[in-house]
Design a protein around this ligand. Structure first.
Ligand code: MSP
Length: 519
């Protein structure tokens, strides 16, 4: 089973475009695995505990449990709207998750991997962590990114992270723990160089923060967010599940084939704490998840933030432009692992040129002319015309490039491959001008062949588009009267999906142009 997970989002507000991107990316990559005929499982969810939730609830004057429930619903609603089709939903307040976290904590405590000590230092309330001198800026101060910083002395529980750092270094070096894109691996190795022998604080005193999972062996403390949150990847995959639980079979899922996260939570959380936690639990190097690290969506080069008031709301955009327009833009305008600027003008431009004009037009012309000039009937396409051969080769090239790109999780490159063939087909139509050729009756058979080449291309391109634009692909299939294409795998793709004599349907714009309001 191919197992895809994402970070679980803090539901301390509404989902923003960064949250949406990651879930759409995971959805697309899972759907792609299914297109390859690979049984898959996609787990995502929300990270509901911690100080952030408590602070927001206080600010809004509501109970933290009420806020959590309400905001969690907002995330679920948006994923439904965007067609994010997960199989497992992780909520960290779920009793089954809590039981799993507590069982792991008990086991680690018995093994001697945890200890209690007192610590005094500077604490960032916003980042929920103690700061060290390394976190000071050039003036020796803690910068505004840390928010309010207070001096605290607390007793807490610690995880002996330092016991595992050497093991982790060799596991990252040997690529047993795989990190993509490749340049991120160095970032992790550099962080390990600097990490020294600090252990990980895994608790908060209950009197300061009660919104968390109590430590089973010391109930005056609750688990610190990361320890709780990271465990979601295994608890909701069925690790230590209770008898009769409907959680999946853990052994068929783990290790995760793709654990998709943003660059901000690679170091230290996912590339240091998480593998060390797994190792302490008894997981071996060969049982580490594969990390896929994506970049950030910014706005005109700035990080999105409440204080800058530049947060992009995916819900609003989905309502305005359609959920699949947003899916297309999110997949199209960011390169794997890099940052990108979210730009509504580009969203409109890319949709209008690549989907409405190029693909939409190709489909519309193909079906419309097949209906008008060929009684909606597909002709034999086993032709030896050079242009026909070149078109068939262009399609093969695009499918190969698409497959290679999707296997490397480079969705924007895969879309480029699709668009290359669309461009080829439109050029082919422009060169042949079947709308003129059909005036000469002796050329009608050739007109049929030409249109059948572009209609066949549309059918195959729709199969490739299915993971990214499932609804549009279904509409294309239905206009071509090939509903059964939804059952196709990538390996079934060979020339002749639309066999000679097949009747196509009526054209209807699948990608109506977005009308730009005059300023
Ligand atoms: N709750 C933690 C993750 C725990 S995983 C065990 C968290 N939550 S978050 O809500 O702040 O972020 C959730 C995901 O969204 C992270 O992978 C994060 O990198 C990603 N993004 C947050 N802002 C983003 C952008 N502006 N752009 C792209 N993704 C970004 O961290």
């Amino acid at each position: 089973m191919f197992f895809v997970t994402t970070a679980i989002d803090y539901p301390n507000g509404k989902p923003h475009i960064g949250h949406a991107y990651e879930k759409v990316l995971a959805d697309v990559l899972t759907r792609y695995q299914r297109l390859k005929g690979m049984p898959s499982f996609f787990l995502t969810g929300v990270d509901q505990h911690g100080q952030k939730m408590v602070k927001t609830a206080e600010a809004e004057g509501v109970n933290v449990a009420t806020l959590t429930k309400r905001n969690t619903k907002g995330f679920i609603r948006l994923w439904e709207k965007l067609g994010v089709d997960y199989d497992g939903w992780a909520e960290t307040t779920d009793e089954r998750h809590k039981a799993c976290v507590q069982a792991i904590l008990s086991k680690l405590e018995k093994k001697g991997s945890l200890y209690k000590k007192s610590y005094a230092g500077h604490y960032s309330i916003r980042q929920e962590q103690y700061l060290t001198d390394r976190d000071r800026n050039d003036d020796g101060e803690f910068g505004s990114e840390w928010g309010e910083v207070e001096e605290r002395e607390e007793e807490n529980w610690y995880f002996k992270l330092s016991d595992h750092v050497e093991w982790l270094r060799s596991t990252v070096e040997s690529d047993d723990l795989k990190i993509f894109p490749k340049f991120r691996k160095n970032e992790v190795l550099n962080a390990l160089e600097r990490s020294g022998d600090t252990d990980l604080c895994i608790s908060r005193p209950k009197e300061r923060m009660s919104w968390g999972i109590p430590l089973p062996f010391d109930p005056d403390f609750v688990t610190y967010v990361w320890f709780d949150a990271l465990i979601n990847y295994i608890s909701f995959a069925g690790y230590l599940k209770a008898e009769g639980s409907d959680f999946p079979d853990f052994d068929s899922l783990w290790p995760a084939d793709l654990q998709i996260i943003g660059k901000d939570i690679l170091v230290p959380a996912h590339a240091v704490y998480w593998p060390c936690m797994l190792h302490a639990m008894g997981f071996e190097a060969s049982e580490m998840p594969t990390l896929l690290v994506h970049g950030f969506w910014n706005v005109r080069g700035d990080k999105m933030s409440k204080s800058l008031g530049n947060i992009v709301d995916p819900d609003e955009l989905a309502d305005k432009f359609g959920p699949e327009t947003l899916r297309y833009y999110l997949c199209r305008d960011i390169r794997s692992g890099k940052d990108s600027d979210f730009d509504i003008e580009r969203l409109v431009m890319l949709f209008n040129t690549e989907l409405a004009n190029d693909l939409g037009n190709l489909l519309n012309r193909s079906i419309n002319m097949t209906k008008g000039f060929c009684n909606s009937t597909i002709s034999d396409t086993n032709t030896s015309d050079d242009e026909d051969l070149a078109l068939r080769e262009s399609l093969t090239r695009s499918i190969d490039a698409y497959r290679k790109a999707m296997d490397a999780c480079e969705v924007s490159v895969a879309l480029q491959a699709i668009n290359d063939h669309v461009t080829h087909c439109n050029g082919y139509l422009e060169r042949h001008k079947p709308w003129e050729m059909k005036k000469d009756e002796s050329k009608l058979a050739r007109v049929g062949e030409i249109l059948s080449h572009t209609a066949e291309s549309c059918a195959q391109l729709a199969v490739l588009l299915r993971p990214i634009l499932p609804n549009a692909a279904t509409k294309i299939f239905s206009q071509l009267k090939k509903e059964d294409l939804t059952e196709f795998t990538l390996d079934d793709l060979k020339w002749g999906l639309l066999e000679a004599g097949h009747q196509t349907g009526k054209p209807k714009p699948v990608f109506p142009r977005i009308q730009v309001e005059e300023k």
